[in-house]
Structure formats: structure tokens, C-alpha cells
Ligand binder design. Sequence first.
Ligand code: KIV
Ligand code: NA
Length: 277
Amino acid sequence: VSKVGILDILQAKKESRKLIMVTAYDYPFGLMADEAGVDMVLVGDSLGMVVLGLDSTVQVTLEMMIHHIKAVVRGCKRPVVVGDMPFMTYNTGIRDAIINAGRLMKEGGCDAVKLEGGSNFAPVVEAIVKAGIPVQGHVGLTPQTAGALGGFKMQGKDAAAARKIIDDAKALATAGAFSIVVEAVPAPLGRLIAESVAVPVIGIGAGVDVDGQVLVTHDMVGLFDRFVPKFVKQYTSIRPTIIEAIKTYGDEVRSSEFPTSYHSFGMSDDALEELKS
Ligand code: KIV
Ligand code: NA
């Protein structure tokens, strides 16, 4: 299998081929996403919420990201692996942003980084790209600053707010972002954003007329269902399956049905006799 490259991602839009991205936070999910044939795997800072049990992405650190990116990268031979830059690792200046993006790539081993923000962050994106690190933008609902946006809700409702998001996407594309995630905007706005930039627009709650889609895998397979946003489709629900398996295991342990001889190691009669004598 040949590795997907950044140029393949750009080419997909020219060929009107939809791009598939999912999140992964560890080795088994990296392997499964790879085997399923996705184009990009995002080690999202959603890590904090769906894997580490934090109540927002704000508390996620660069060290946590590096730790998890390493595991995902080991499982991903083909897809582009994108590592999220945590809150306050790119917000404190261009120099910090380059150093921290560099750590995600050098220590974590990802192929690209993603950061949240619009035109205000265009100079940061430009500097990281110039340093040799591909950057994916993220506009619309930006969870790291959801508080300032008035919570986890749709963005770009009125014309002025929508215009601002289009301008943000354009500024990121001009700054050299190789693609842009657009989260939680009206579908018609998603389409307009995709038409406004040459780089692929990856939607999550941005309607169907964008260049690709991303979902949080743990939402999509029903592994995390404490909160399910409108834009999530649950393709399966594995939580009950896992809970049932653990319960059955517990029942069988209590009743001594498990382990059977099949799951136990034997010992030669000679050795056993000698042991007992
Ligand atoms: O952290 C994440 O999973 C994300 C996606 C929702 C795009 O940023
Ligand atoms: Na994220």
C-alpha cells in the first residue's frame, strides 16, 4: 500500500473525489481506520473528551497529543495522519507555534498538524507551513474557544457571520493550509466555503456539498454517547456489545464456567505426580 500524500489530498478536490477522515487516538483504532481505507486520520484533541474523560478540549496538553499520535502512527501505514495542536500551544506567538507543531511532527510522527482559528491565525499557519509542516485549518465551531462563541452551537447563522467564516477559510488557504475543516455551519454555507477555496474543505456538520467529511470515530461507532451532536451519524453502537461481554464474563467467572480447560494450561501427569509427592 502506498502512503497517501498531501498532494493526493489536494488532487482529490480537482478530481471531485470525496475525502474521508476519521479520528483515532490509539494503535488499534489507527489500524482499523487504515484497514477501512480512509484518506486521513485525525488525532483530534477530542481525545480529552472521548478517551480521557475531561469535560472540554481545553485541558489537553502537547504531551498527551504526542503520546497518542505515536500510537496512532504505528497503526497507520497509508492515511495522512493529522495531529491536533492543543489550546495555547499556537496561541502565544509564531515561535511557540512552530516549536510545538515541530514537536508533534518530530516526536509524535504525524504528517501534518491542525489548528483552530480564522484570519487571525493566518500568519501562524503561514509560518508553520514555511517551516515545512503541512497545516490543516479549522473554522466555524472551534471547540477550544466554544465558550467565546456562546457554546457548542452552529456558527455562521446570519449573513455577516457567514461572510466572516468564508473570509477566514480564504485567509487560511492563502496562508498555505492544505485543507480546512469546517464544523457546524449551515449546509449552504458549507457549500459556499468549498466553492471559495481551491483546497479541500472537510466538513463536520457542514452539509454534503463540501470536499470530504470527518467524524469522531467514538461518536460514529457509539463508543462515546454521553453527548451526541446533531451532525453525528451512529453507524453502529458497540457500547452495549462491550458491556454485555463484560457482564457475561463476570457471570461465568462467578459460576466457574470460565475458564474451561480449553483456556487453561495443562501439565504432564509425570510432572504433576512428582510435584505432589
Ligand atoms: O478534535 C477533533 O476530533 C476535531 C474534529 C471534530 C474535526 O477537531
Ligand atoms: Na479538535
